[in-house]
Design a protein around this ligand. Structure first.
Ligand SMILES: Nc1nc2c(ncn2[C@@H]2O[C@H](COP(=O)(O)OP(=O)(O)OP(=O)(O)O)[C@@H](O)[C@H]2O)c(=O)[nH]1
Ligand SMILES: [Mg+2]
Length: 506
């Protein structure tokens, strides 16, 4: 059993099955073959499910009625079709590299699927030079996959890639269940989690663009769909799907996309104004970024008591959440949470989320959080840095924070520290290392540079406050005429202080 592996996940991922083109058979990945059940454990543990062939066929028929065919109707409403994933089988194609990479990729897909609210019944991948242009996995393997779908009672197959519309359609035709790709899955998660107006608009835009590309591919399905619905006794004669309908849909999608783009441009204007106000005030901005599920929101909570939503689901954060906080010596700075990164983030999403990510490029410091307990933290660091480079955020000073120290293997932590000598090890969970992170952040914050020496009258307590919050004080003395201060401030504040400057003669 060369590729046998149980994922070390909480996921109900009981088995990995690998197909190898060389030997033609597919291999089931149960670690112990004597224990290999006829159906995956997840299914066995489900009371009321029998594995009789007839039942399977019946369940299959039921699911078919409730699957994609009926949901295509949504397109005419110019609404993104809801995936409503429930019981899924994951499928990947492993084209090269280490076995662990293939399995990490599948494990991540499993986490994504669970985040979307589905139950993972089985994960399989095939070793092959390239994905099949027609069916993603090898044509000969589709039948085997169909059997697994039937045996597990899955209602959806999720492919670990960005599939062509024709590939999705071919697989759906053969498997008789809904087939989605990684992009659709991520879009679905985004749409479930987006909360702010801007976040929602961005997700919708990305969904519409994705859908528009697929409309062409679904043309054939749309026509055939009528038969399916007639057979199911629904919508007889009430709809006439066909090319004209697709054209209408496409036009409506285009109109909606244009409208969303305009709205987003407006929202972005507001955001830029806010940001320039901040840079006028010279309040340093720290941004927490990193791979999804690394613990960014948890760390922000620890550092600022912000109460940001923390969820053991990928993409818990979709709103840029900014908090104001202070250093131990009273200087004010902001700290923002960001949306988590994923590998192979669909290109249309990178663009859609650019305004969120741009915050990283504008920051004075990035806290790059990585999950030290993940099987491949180095891979995550690299993947995130690639995105930083894409959005011109790679020039921003970066502080690597290795989180989940309480879970991580000490050997892995040591290995990471060797690679990232300036990293800080922390557990947002236990609080271990949080003070070290805070100290490191304070040390990295840009310092004000304009020296001042002023005598502030006592009625200018407001200015004194500002100096405390945004400047640095070297000397402070209370005199009969006011407060005598020496230190450094940012340009704006230094300008305000100018009128109280102490002349050397004083
Ligand atoms: N054991 C342990 N769990 C942690 C730690 N930090 C975070 N977690 C858990 O990891 C999960 C993800 O944490 P979040 O803070 O939501 O992660 P995130 O990076 O903000 O995730 P997204 O916003 O989805 O990208 C949650 O279940 C946390 O409770 C830690 O130091 N130790
Ligand atoms: Mg978060």
């Amino acid at each position: 059993m060369t590729h046998a592996h149980d994922f070390t996940l909480d996921a109900e991922l009981d088995a990995t099955t690998t197909w190898d083109d060389q030997d033609g058979d597919f291999e089931s990945g149960y670690a112990d073959d004597t224990d290999a059940p006829a159906v995956p454990k997840a299914d066995r543990s489900r009371p009321g499910y029998s594995t009789g062939d007839l039942d399977l066929v019946e369940r299959h028929e039921l699911r078919r009625v409730a699957s994609l065919r009926t949901e295509l109707e949504d397109i005419s409403e110019v609404e993104y079709r809801q995936l409503r994933l429930e019981r899924v089988v994951l499928v990947g194609v492993w084209t090269g590299g280490r076995v662990e990479d293939a399995e990490n990729s599948m494990a991540e897909l499993a986490l994504l699927a669970e985040t979307a609210g589905s139950e993972v019944l089985e994960a399989i991948y095939q070793r092959r030079q390239n994905p099949d242009p027609a069916t993603y996995i090898g044509r000969g393997k589709v039948e085997g996959l169909a059997e697994i779908v039937l045996a597990t009672g899955a209602d959806t197959v999720v492919c670990d890639g960005d599939l062509a519309p024709s590939q999705l359609r071919n697989l759906e035709d053969k498997l008789k269940v809904k087939v989605v790709d990684r992009t659709a899955l991520i879009l679905d998660i985004f749409s479930q989690h987006a909360k702010s107006r801007e976040g929602k608009a961005q997700v919708e835009l990305a969904q519409l663009s994705y859908m528009k590309q697929r409309l062409r591919g679904w043309g054939g399905n749309l026509s055939r769909q009528a038969g399916g619905r007639v057979a199911a006794g629904a919508g007889i004669g009430s709809r006439g799907p066909g090319e004209t309908k697709i054209e209408t849909d496409r036009r409506r999608i285009n109109t909606k996309i244009a409208k969303l783009r305009r709205e987003l441009a407006d929202m972005r204007g507001t955001r830029d104004t806010k940001r320039s106000q901040r840079s006028d005030r010279q309040v340093p901005a720290v941004v927490i970024a990193g791979y999804t599920n690394a613990g960014k929101s948890s760390l922000l909570n620890r550092l600022t008591d912000a109460g940001v939503l923390v969820e053991d689901a990928l993409f818990a954060t979709l709103d840029p959440t900014t908090r104001k906080t202070t250093t131990t010596d009273g200087r004010v700075y902001t700290m923002s949470d960001t949306v988590g990164f994923v590998r192979h983030l669909p290109h249309q999403l990178v663009e859609a989320f650019r305004s969120t990510l741009e915050e990283v490029a504008d920051a004075d410091l990035v806290l790059h959080v990585v999950d030290g307990s993940h099987p491949d933290p180095e891979g995550q660091l690299t993947a995130v840095r690639e995105v930083f480079a894409e959005i011109d955020a790679d020039k921003v000073p970066e502080l690597v924070v290795i989180n989940k120290a309480d879970l991580a293997d000490p050997m892995v932590l040591a290995r990471l520290l060797q690679r990232e000598p300036h990293a800080v090890v922390v557990s947002a969970h236990t609080g271990e290392g949080v003070d070290a992170v805070r100290a490191a952040v304070e040390a990295e914050l840009p310092h004000p540079t304009e020296p001042f020496e002023v005598l502030l009258p006592y009625e200018r307590g407001d200015l004194l406050n500002k100096i405390h919050q945004n400047g640095e004080i070297d000397e402070l003395e209370h005199t009969a005429d006011g407060t005598l201060l020496r230190g450094r401030a940012h340009g704006g504040l230094a300008g305000e202080l100018a009128e109280y400057a102490v002349t050397t003669a004083g």
